[in-house]
Design a protein around this ligand. Structure first.
Ligand SMILES: [Zn+2]
Length: 486
């Protein structure tokens, strides 16, 4: 009896630890562990495991409060100019300047306003000649070094060496506009944990720097960590890269949410654009309705999806989030107009290489339909900021009424679109010029997602102009949500 009792206790304890291990591995959190006597990097983001080569840098910047403790870090996503502003200002400890409004697309309530404004006032950024800053645009690896270099130089006491040394990287020659910055940063060194002198940037093993590649958030974290080590600008003093005490109370396992509602911003006429979150983790499916105001049935479909997700939340796999924005163009819905209240077709206003001011709907020429400049509309900017911030695995945006499914130009999107077409019965129309549209379309959201974020997106065109067509879309939606994103 006793031994059986003990056995069952032991079994319970073992099961408990197995369960704990399972929970921790599902949510991607690990406690501080030692491997061969070395303290392994402590995981603080679900998408940065302790053996991720960038873990220590991302952890360091989080300790230094340069990086905010969001749910996910999104290491492979290109860094944006807005994010860059924050990272550079915080890591150089520049004093914040909040007076004035310098860029038409960065209002004083923009997430990165204070940082962009500071860099502008300090003469570190100028923005574009059309008066915009384009905070959601990505940054090349070479341009990133220019910002880092100049913000460090602004602090005067922390100069990078001026170098006349021979060219460090094979693919950054003297005629590259960023040559000076890449050279100066590349000859700066810090000492590593063994006391060896190491370069702040190392480039690739083939001797190249890939100056034109978009810098990822993880790469930026490494360079900024090394730069902070170099300048010795640290708000929190830590042994090496670890500040264990600062982790206290900062690690939290995000719980799955059921229809968590938040406001992403306001339309031109002040209507609130709402976001609904379901589930947990970093694998995200983003659904957008009513980019066009006269396609209100897509908003109705989104609201029916919200009810479905609320009722069936347990069907969302652990580690997957579903985010629904039922109505982007709320002013257009109220007025039953395709365009927003300023007469701009939001799905022609995105900052793509093919953006143009004048657009077409069928044979109808719409002067100014694309907006004054790319992302001139507040609704467009709210959607690009949201999409960038959450970095979804796939985006579905809903329109009516052509009864087809179209992938964007990312190859994975073809499979999503084909499967969606199969479940819903809408026609798959990928792979052709303009993807099945019979007229020229420019500046679209899907194209922006492809160019800027390299993420698959599909357009779902409902068949009618009035019905939500919930039943034929429901299975297609669950098929996408229940995919294995790991
Ligand atoms: Zn539409």
């Amino acid at each position: 009896m006793i031994s059986n009792f003990l056995k069952s206790q032991v079994t319970h304890i073992l099961l408990y630890f197995l369960f704990l291990t399972f929970v921790l591995s599902v949510f991607g959190y690990s406690v501080l562990t030692e491997i061969n006597g070395q303290v392994a990097c402590q995981q603080i983001f679900p998408d940065i495991s302790s053996n991720n080569p960038f873990c220590e840098y991302i952890g360091y910047l989080t300790h230094q409060e340069v990086v905010s403790k969001n749910i996910c870090f999104n290491p492979d996503r290109p860094l944006t100019r807005g994010e860059l502003s924050k990272l550079v200002v915080e890591s150089s400890d520049l004093s914040i300047k909040t007076e004035g409004n310098n860029f038409s697309d960065v209002s004083s309530d923009h997430t990165f306003y204070r940082y962009i404004n500071t860099l502008h006032k300090d003469g570190i950024v100028n923005g574009y000649s059309d008066g915009t800053f384009r905070p959601d645009e990505s940054v090349s690896r070479a341009a990133f070094l220019k910002f880092v270099h100049n913000s460090v130089r602004f602090r005067r006491e922390y100069l990078f060496p001026e170098t006349t040394q021979k060219q460090v990287f094979a693919d950054v020659s003297t005629d590259n506009v960023f040559y000076e910055f890449v050279q100066n940063v590349s000859v700066a060194t810090i000492s590593n944990e063994n006391g060896d002198s190491v370069a702040i940037i190392s480039g690739y093993s083939d001797g190249n720097f890939h100056p034109n590649a978009k810098i990822t958030r993880a790469e930026a974290a490494k360079i900024l960590t090394n730069t902070m080590k170099y300048t010795q600008i640290e708000t929190h003093n830590c042994e090496e890269y670890y500040c264990e005490d600062l982790y206290e109370g900062k690690i939290s396992i995000p719980e799955a949410v059921i229809n968590e509602v938040s406001i992403i911003g306001e339309t031109t006429e002040g209507r609130q654009i709402v976001r609904h979150d379901f589930g947990s983790g970093c694998n995200t499916v983003l659904l957008i309705g009513a980019i066009h105001g006269d396609e209100g049935n897509t908003a109705n479909l989104m609201h029916e999806f919200i009810v479905e997700l609320t009722n069936e939340v347990s069907m969302i796999p652990a580690g997957t989030r579903v985010i629904v924005v039922p109505e982007l163009n709320k002013d257009g819905i109220v007025a039953t107009t395709r365009n927003n209240s300023r007469g701009v077709d939001l799905n022609r206003n995105f900052n793509t290489t093919d953006w143009q001011a004048d657009t077409y709907i069928g044979n109808l020429y719409v002067p100014g339909g694309g907006g004054e400049y790319p992302a001139s509309e507040v609704e467009t900017r709210l959607l690009t900021s949201l999409t960038t911030d959450i970095t979804p695995d796939v985006v579905l945006s809903y329109h009516s009424n052509a009864a087809f499914v179209v992938p964007n130009k990312i190859s994975e999107a073809v499979d999503y679109a084909e499967r969606y077409a199969e479940f819903s019965g809408y026609l798959y129309t990928g792979g052709e010029e303009n993807n099945g549209f019979l007229y020229e379309i420019t500046g679209t959201y899907e194209n922006w997602i492809a160019e800027q974020l390299n993420i698959p997106a599909i357009v779902v065109e409902l068949e009618s102009k009035n019905d939500s067509e919930f039943d034929r879309n429901k299975e297609a939606l669950w098929d996408i949500i229940q995919r294995d994103y790991y």
